[in-house]
Design a protein around this ligand. Structure first.
Ligand code: HEM
Length: 228
């Protein structure tokens, strides 16, 4: 067991955990975005509601949720520890190291972008996960005996319009976070190569644009539908 403790507390071990949990959270984002694309289906929300009902009742999803929470907690905790350790190792705080010449703006601001995404996540879980589970006044989806998540999403984005703005702004920061995180996760795992690194960078950049844009398109499309 000693080697496990040593790996988890060494700088390299912690970076490995950041990278593995980062990949895991990236796959969560892809699954979540794909599921939420059902919001765009022109069926009055029937498919999206059936999906949301499945997500809140299926046993396998409860297990996935526990792993997801662990992934988030580890990713955030190790990020915080690494930041503390870096500060202690460099008390002069960049006086001589010219960070702007040695690293990108994205990489230096991972903590800020990640922190904003974390605040977004707390608000987001309250908006949808908590309200769906514990709020009594959500109507049933038409012709079913389960709650109408499609209605809830529309109500949150339309009645409390500032949430729409907040979601869109948070997606910009999610994009910044992913822009560096994606490439960095590959790099830490030693997956860098003269030929493939530019391709990984390109895929990372596309991912960092497409995924947040897909999420941001949800409140935007609800407002466009209102105007039409
Ligand atoms: C406009 C964008 C988004 C919409 C409309 C949306 C919608 C939803 C809905 C309806 C749920 C509850 C049902 C379900 O589990 O699918 C949910 C849960 C969740 N969302 Fe989002 N989401 C958005 C963006 C995001 C983003 C960007 C993240 C992460 C950074 C995120 C993280 C989560 C998490 C962790 C849960 C709880 C999952 C679970 O318990 O199964 N969401 N979201």
């Amino acid at each position: 067991m000693n080697w496990i403790t040593k790996t988890l507390t060494s700088a390299l071990g912690q970076k490995l955990i950041m990278s593995i949990t980062g990949f895991f959270l990236i796959s969560f984002l892809m699954v979540h975005l794909t599921g939420n694309l059902m919001l765009f289906k022109n069926d009055g929300g029937a498919m999206f509601n059936a999906y949301a009902h499945f997500m809140s009742t299926a046993g396998i999803i409860r297990l996935a949720e526990i792993i997801l929470v662990l992934g988030f907690v580890l990713h955030i905790y190790i990020a915080w520890r690494l930041t503390q350790q870096n500060r202690q190792a460099r008390p002069q705080d960049y006086v001589y190291s010219r960070p702007d010449a040695n690293s990108s703006w994205f990489s230096r601001n991972m903590g800020i972008a990640g922190g904003i995404v974390l605040i977004f996540l707390v608000i987001h879980l309250y908006n949808f996960w908590f309200q769906y589970k514990f709020q009594a006044d959500i109507p049933f989806a038409p012709g079913t005996d389960y709650k109408d998540m499609y209605w809830l999403v529309h109500t949150v984005f339309i009645q409390e319009w500032w949430f729409s703005i907040l979601y869109i702004v948070a997606m910009i920061f999610l994009g910044f976070h992913l822009a560096h995180g994606f490439e960095s996760a590959f790099h830490t795992l030693g997956l860098h190569h003269k030929k493939y690194t530019p391709l990984i960078k390109m895929i990372g950049l596309l991912f960092a644009i497409i995924v947040p844009a897909g999420f941001a398109a949800m409140p935007i499309s609800i407002y466009i539908k209102l105007l039409l």
